[in-house]
Ligand binder design. Structure first.
Ligand code: PRP
Ligand code: MN
Ligand code: MG
Length: 180
């Protein structure tokens, strides 16, 4: 699996550092509050577990499963809700935790959904932000890294549902896509 990687963009150590930095920012923002932190499956699984443990504030956690890439390198354009949260977020402060914001469609869908349900506030923490990929307006409040316009895998991010378990974030060798 590691042999399929062309280059490492962010090492395990760099990701850990980013989580600590973001954890401090989030702790300040939510001091005295108890936000509902919503991890977006499956991509945000590892980031979610690392970020909430870097936050010194009371939090509730929940998960939502949405999908639009279905393992491919390009978005299908439709965000499908696979499994919803079970917390009532009316009047609550919601923090969405994403692995990456690319076209912005997934995030926009989540922001609209939680706004419709009457959340008091909605903020977003994403490990990776790819501004060059944006097709709809959806921005984050806490950002780990701004990434170049390349398809990245690892630390939760998949290609064809694989590579999520890499401990770092990297770029695949081009032949991995073309040999499929
Ligand atoms: C990926 C990623 C984000 C979203 C970002 O999820 O984890 O949730 O796409 O892309 P966008 O800004 O273009 O919407 P995906 O649909 O691949 O599902 P997964 O998390 O289960 O891999
Ligand atoms: Mn995802
Ligand atoms: Mg995916």
């Amino acid at each position: 699996m590691n042999n399929d990687i062309l280059k490492v963009l962010y090492s395990k150590e760099e990701i850990e550092e980013a989580c600590q930095r973001l954890g401090k920012e989030i702790s300040k923002t939510y001091a005295g509050k108890t936000p509902v932190v919503v991890g977006v499956l499956k991509g945000a699984i590892f980031f979610m577990t690392d970020i909430v443990r870097a936050v010194d504030a009371y939090v509730q956690i929940d998960f939502i499963d949405v999908s639009s890439y279905h393992g491919a390198t390009e978005s299908s354009g439709t965000v499908e809700l696979m499994q919803d949260i079970n917390t009532d977020i009316k009047g609550r402060d919601v923090l969405i935790v994403e692995d990456i914001v690319d076209t912005g469609r997934t995030l926009k869908f989540l922001q609209d959904t939680f706004a419709d349900r009457g959340a008091n506030s909605i903020k977003v923490c994403t490990l990776l932000d790819k501004p060059a990929g944006r097709e709809v307006h959806a921005e984050s409040d806490f950002i780990g890294f701004k990434v170049p316009n390349e398809f990245v895998v690892g630390y939760g991010l998949d290609y064809d549902e694989k590579y999520r378990n890499l401990p770092y974030i990297g770029v695949l060798k081009p032949e991995i896509y073309t040999n499929k």
